[in-house]
Design a protein around this ligand. Structure first.
Ligand code: HEM
Length: 165
């Protein structure tokens, strides 16, 4: 779960997905980070304005995302809870310090998730997307094609298929 969330090392979120967090007085957010995000995500309006999920390197897949969590700079509340004084803190710390441990765990978790069968009672919605992990990361370029996605509570569950390119 923690490893999979590392997918948020790339990509963006809409203002409407993180507004509560950056304007909350109670969330454990770095104040300077909150202020910077407020510049493009007003209290009212701008719902579709985008901000990177990983503030340090939004276009690079890697472990900077976990370093951001340790600095209380997770954009989504659902990401920051992975490092919030709870039992997953140590995993976040491990990934932040060791990119290779993260890459191995992420790869294994993606394969495991790809082998899951979708639960029949969930309503699928079609998603056409793919994610490429560059040569530099795994020593060989792999591409995950996202075949289907399902919502499960707050989470989206992805059916992925790996492909060597
Ligand atoms: C723990 C459960 C998860 C939750 C609660 C979650 C939540 C979110 C949210 C709220 C966004 C922003 C969407 C928006 O504002 O439009 C997002 C984006 C994204 N998520 Fe997740 N996510 C989860 C798991 C995952 C997993 C397992 C993956 C892939 C392995 C993933 C990959 C992505 C990517 C790549 C984006 C960026 C999309 C883009 O830039 O268009 N997420 N997620």
């Amino acid at each position: 779960m923690v490893a999979l969330s590392g997918a948020h090392s790339i990509g963006q979120a809409r203002c409407s997905s993180f507004r509560d967090r950056i304007y909350s007085n109670t969330s454990n957010i770095d104040p300077a980070f909150a202020l910077a995000r407020q510049a493009t995500c007003p209290r009212i309006g701008g719902d579709a304005n985008l901000a990177p999920l990983d503030p340090q390197s939004p276009g690079r897949f890697g472990n900077n995302f976990f370093q951001a969590l340790m600095n209380r700079r997770g954009l989504l509340n659902s990401d920051q809870v992975l490092f919030n004084g709870g039992s997953s803190d140590s995993i976040v710390r491990t990934y932040a310090n060791a990119a290779t441990v993260f890459s191995t765990d992420f790869m294994n978790a993606m394969f495991k998730m790809g082998n899951l069968s979708p639960l029949t009672e969930l309503k699928p919605f079609s998603v056409q997307s793919n994610m490429r992990i560059p040569q530099s990361f795994f020593g060989g370029t792999l591409q995950w094609n996202i075949k289907e996605a399902f919502t499960l509570g707050e989470c989206h569950v992805l059916q992925v298929q790996r492909e060597k390119i």
